[in-house]
Design a protein around this ligand. Structure first.
Ligand SMILES: [Zn+2]
Ligand SMILES: [Zn+2]
Ligand SMILES: [Zn+2]
Length: 254
């Protein structure tokens, strides 16, 4: 029941294998193996094929960060290559590693642009005290009522006396906690720079996909499971290439 690439075993070999098999069992006799008539010999080869395909995916990610001056690697320094034109041979992984991923800056792709969140001002209306306010229109010195003294500036005591509210120092109103009532906060998008540096980055992924196919001759169904799973098998072929041609075996076709 050994996986074999020879056509069919002959009777002498079969008897030899049977005698060897019963020899491993302490109380089995070898007479049937030696004397019984063999009437038919059935093939039960099983082919296990594994196809590993290696694929590469590339896409471009546009990243923006605050720009506070300094040199940029822009179009004036050279052409901007398309994502599939980049030479990434130094990054290539070994064939058939499960996965690898890299981010590579695309040369000469940097450009600066005005921050749209603050219209280039570097500051934006405070979302706490000037929520929903248009750029350039905001109110400074917006105060909120002190929640400790409810705007009185004084705290009443049980004996009828009052004391100055410590929270608002007797003012009854508190400045905005987000902007100290300036009405403006630093723009989060550009970090106050008013400008952004946009840069294209190539996101490259290599991945191995594995497909396994088992092909068995009809005779294999009659082989007990435990015998079947013990069979070692031999490697019939192993091809690595950029493009593999289909492999054919003797009984690939009925
Ligand atoms: Zn901004
Ligand atoms: Zn505010
Ligand atoms: Zn108060």
């Amino acid at each position: 029941l050994e996986f074999s690439d020879r056509d069919v075993l002959d009777e002498v070999e079969i008897r030899h294998l049977l005698i060897e098999h019963v020899g491993h069992r302490c109380c089995w006799g070898s007479r049937p193996a030696r004397t019984w008539k063999i009437t038919s010999i059935e093939d039960c080869n099983v082919y296990v094929g594994t196809l590993e395909t290696f694929i590469e995916e590339r896409d471009t990610i546009l990243k923006k960060e605050p720009y506070d001056g300094g040199k940029i690697d822009g179009r004036d320094k050279g052409p901007v290559l398309g994502v599939w034109e980049l030479d990434l041979r130094s990054e290539f992984p070994m064939l058939f590693v499960p996965e690898k991923e890299v981010m590579v800056k695309i040369p000469h792709s940097e450009i600066t642009e005005k921050c749209l969140d603050c219209e280039g001002r570097g500051e934006a209306p405070c979302p706490t005290c000037n929520a929903g306010q248009q750029h350039g229109f905001y109110k400074a010195n917006q105060m909120t009522r002190c929640s400790v003294c409810h705007g009185r500036g004084l705290l009443a005591h049980q004996d009828g006396s009052d004391s100055v509210c410590g929270m608002c120092n007797g003012q009854g109103m508190l400045p905005c906690i987000a902007c100290a009532s300036r009405g403006l906060v630093t723009c989060q998008t550009c970090n106050g720079c008013g400008s952004l540096l946009a840069q294209s980055t190539a996101h490259v992924r290599w991945k191995t996909l594995t497909a396994r196919k088992v092909s068995a001759t009809t005779g294999a169904a009659s082989v007990p499971d435990e015998v079947f799973h013990r069979a070692q098998g031999v490697q019939l072929c192993n091809i690595q290439a950029y493009q593999c041609t289909p492999a054919f075996f003797a009984d690939s076709y009925p």
